[in-house]
Write a protein that binds this ligand. Structure first.
Ligand code: C2E
Ligand code: CA
Ligand code: CA
Length: 740
């Protein structure tokens, strides 16, 4: 199908050029033939012209004959007159059928027919009845009457005649008259070069006097046939021309006539065949068809182009606009709004929450169905002048026009969100996705498309973080575009499970065996590892700490499961952000994770940080108590680094403390007693004491001497890959007990 337009183009070009060539060729050939015809007609016409001229001269010459002018008183001598008439015939051999001398009363004085003189007794006395008689008598001197064709009473054939006056010395008039048979003109009407036809037509009557292949009409009162070209002859000035008669080119030329010539003759010449093999109309038709095909090609091309243009701005899954189209729409809106008194434009960014879970759990097909349904709902809830687009996997944008202000935008955003969060029925089960919407308005939150998109994006992340649903951009509450972008990437990393874990073992300072492994989150962004302290703080800041922690928990428990299956069961420690310590759903989530893996709570240790915990001791106590109830150990991390109230420390349900690294590393004289005191507090509270940050042998010896139960640090083992820790665990379980 894609080839069709090009075939059409090719054919079109071929037809157009061939057609034009054929047409110009045919036209040229026709012109050439017209010229030839014209030339031939002119020759025939000139032959007739010279006949008439010559016949006229002869008649005038004859009229001068002395035989017709006897001295005054003497009659015309019949014999002398006959001789003069015969002499005329000699001058004009084969043409003159009859010649005579007539007096002014119509009496023949002499007559010669086909070279034979008539006896005086046979001479007629009724010549005045002849059609030429009266016109001849009224001629001026020196003029010859050349009569139109008639049937000769003497020879009974079609003739034309020439007659002129002879004035006698006594003042009487005679007429010298001779007839020429029409048939004698036949040799003149033979077509010359083209093999066509020649005819002589009387212009005033439109009748054909002579034609090359038609016999003269019968002499018994028949008429000359009417010429098809009659209407071209009877009007206008006679002049050489070529006209089209009944689809036939006909060249015409006029026979010159002197005063007194009643024959107003036009010579016609026309061809029998066509001038060229291809008639001009065929070439023209082909050229027209070619041009039409080229136009068709251009039309199809234009259609394809616009289809492609449309397709390149379409999101094929949802049928909505795509990112490019959304950007273009926003560009347009911004350009319009930038005009004085220009319109309004705002952009909404919409991001689905929990879409990935549906996709993972039910498969991409179902995920696509959800996206398509979202597309339908967006489409149904926006106006034609708005542009709804899918701009990313589960990200959508709407460019809004024709609104009045912030309140309108927020209202539309809420309406859209409400439409989108309605449950989706998939395989008969209702499913929910959340939607966070951010809005930015031209003028208030940016004056370029990029700024507006970025602001709407930032507002959307704000909405996500605050679980607000809809947020209109507010520069004051958004923690800088950079952090927002990083947060966006972190979100993606979490959703795509791009966060990995490193594992650092903890050793029993008595036996030297591994008695636990701490899971530490790792995020490599564009090949650069981001320190966990940074991205954990960011996650806490932008509301992503919960999904991050849940991801870490899942991974850590997966690994604990592996260790258990390998016969080297040790608990895994997971760091719990202070924000989650008061999360009442946490216990349910963790229980489900454990159940899903067939694990019990004693495989998990949760490390909490003292500074955050103490902010809400009551809720923390409740949450941690619940976790502890299912066998999970709770340890206080970074113990000794903050300003924990010993009272709250006493109230919290704890199993152990992790002495902060800063107390163990690089110990000065005073430091040692601080470390000793901190360890002592843990011990007094009846808690397990873990010393972290053991970087060398003296450090190890010290914490052991001061009574720590467990140790962790680069000197003992660095954080390592899951594979490395598995190997270490299997070695540890087979090795004999030792003091580390
Ligand atoms: P933390 O919980 O105190 O974790 C121990 C940190 O000390 C780890 O740094 C570890 O690599 C480092 N460390 C261990 N032994 C030594 C040593 O001998 N000398 C020194 N100088 N450092 C040692 P890392 O992995 O960079 O983690 C930093 C902090 O990030 C953690 O401190 C923890 O507060 C936080 N974090 C890491 N992963 C997670 C997580 O999944 N969730 C939460 N909420 N926080 C996490
Ligand atoms: Ca820790
Ligand atoms: Ca720590």
């Amino acid at each position: 199908m894609r080839r069709v337009p090009f075939v059409a183009l090719l054919l079109g070009v071929v037809l157009l050029s061939a057609g034009l060539l054929a047409m110009t060729g045919a036209v040229a050939q026709e012109r050439q033939r017209d010229k030839t015809l014209q030339h031939d007609a002119a020759q025939v016409a000139s032959a007739f012209s010279s006949y008439f001229e010559r016949a006229r001269s002869l008649d005038l010459l004859l009229a001068q004959s002395p035989a017709f002018r006897p001295p005054p008183g003497q009659p015309i001598d019949n014999e002398a007159a006959n001789r003069a008439l015969i002499y005329l015939e000699r001058l004009y051999p084969g043409a003159i059928s009859e010649a005579c001398l007539i007096d002014d009363r119509g009496h023949e004085l002499a007559r010669v027919t086909e070279g034979v003189a008539a006896p005086v007794a046979d001479l007629s006395s009724t010549e005045s009845q002849n059609a030429f008689f009266a016109p001849t008598l009224s001629l001026g001197s020196g003029e010859v009457y050349q009569a139109p064709p008639y049937v000769s009473p003497d020879t009974h054939e079609w003739v034309i005649s020439n007659s002129t006056r002879v004035r006698q010395p006594n003042g009487h008039l005679l007429i010298v008259h001779f007839e020429v048979s029409l048939a004698s003109f036949r040799p003149l009407v033979i077509p010359n070069s083209t093999g066509g036809h020649v005819a002589v037509v009387e212009r005033t009557t439109g009748r054909t006097v002579l034609e090359d292949d038609i016999d003269l009409p019968a002499t018994s009162g028949e008429q000359f046939p009417s010429s098809p070209a009659a209407s071209y002859l009877t009007s206008g000035e006679p002049r050489p021309s070529t006209v089209t008669v009944d689809d036939q080119r006909v060249a015409m030329d006029t026979v010159t006539r002197a005063p007194g010539n009643a024959n107003d003759w036009t010579v016609l010449e026309w061809p029998t065949g066509r001038a060229s093999f291809v008639p001009p109309w065929a070439g023209g038709g082909a050229a027209g068809a070619g041009a039409a095909l080229i136009l068709l090609f251009l039309f199809i091309l234009q259609r394809q182009h616009s289809t492609l243009r449309k397709a390149s701005r379409l999101d094929h899954l949802t049928g909505l606009a795509n990112r490019r189209a959304a950007e273009e729409a926003l560009d347009k809106g911004v350009a319009a709004a930038a005009q004085p008194g220009g319109g309004f434009v705002a952009v909404l960014m919409l991001d689905l929450d929990g879409f990935k879970q549906i996709n993972d759990a039910l498969g991409h097909d179902k995920g696509d169905l959800v996206l398509q349904e979202i597309g339908r709902r967006l489409h149904a809830n926006t106006f034609e002048y708005d542009t709804a687009a899918r701009v990313g996997g589960d990200e959508f944008a709407v460019v809004l026009r024709q609104l009045r202000g912030t309140d309108d935008v927020a209202a539309v955003a809420h309406r859209l969100r409400e439409a989108l969060v309605r449950p989706f029925t998939i395989d008969g089960v209702a499913r929910f996705v959340g939607v966070s919407v951010g809005a930015a308005i031209y003028g208030e939150h940016g004056t370029t498309s990029e700024d507006l998109m970025r602001s709407a994006d930032a507002a959307m992340y704000d909405a996500k973080r605050g679980r607000e649903g809809v947020r209109v951009y507010d520069a004051g509450t958004t923690a800088g575009a950079k952090a927002t972008w990083l947060a966006a990437e972190l979100l993606i990393a979490i959703e795509n499970a791009e966060i990995t874990l490193a594992f650092q073992p903890e050793f029993d300072l008595g036996t030297g065996r591994i008695i636990g492994v701490e899971a530490l989150a790792r995020w490599t962004r564009d090949g650069v590892p981001i320190p966990p302290v940074d991205f954990v703080a960011l996650a806490e800041h932008v509301g992503l700490i919960r999904p991050l922690t849940l991801l870490t928990l899942r991974r850590a428990l997966d690994e604990a499961k592996v260790w258990q299956a390998a016969g080297t069961p040790v608990p895994v420690s997971v760091n719990l952000s202070g924000q989650l310590v008061s999360d009442r759903h946490l216990q349910a989530d963790i229980s489900a994770m454990l159940a899903a893996r067939g694990l019990t709570g004693d495989v998990l240790v949760l490390e909490i940080t003292e500074t955050t915990v103490v902010k809400n001791v009551r809720v923390a106590t409740e949450v941690l108590g619940g976790l502890r109830a299912i066998g999970i150990r709770i340890e206080m991390d970074d113990f000794g680094s903050g300003y924990a109230s010993f009272k709250s420390l006493h109230e919290l349900p704890l199993d152990g403390v992790k002495i902060d690294r800063s107390l163990v590393e690089g110990l000065g004289a005073g430091g040692q007693s601080l470390l000793a005191a901190t360890i002592e507090i843990g011990r007094r509270l009846g808690l397990t004491v873990v010393a972290e940050g053991i970087e060398d042998e003296p450090g190890l010896a010290l914490v052991r001497r001061l009574g720590a139960d467990t140790g962790q640090g680069y000197h003992l083992a660095r954080p390592m890959s899951p594979e490395a820790v598995r190997l270490l665990l299997s070695e540890d379980s087979t090795a004999p007990a030792r003091r580390p």
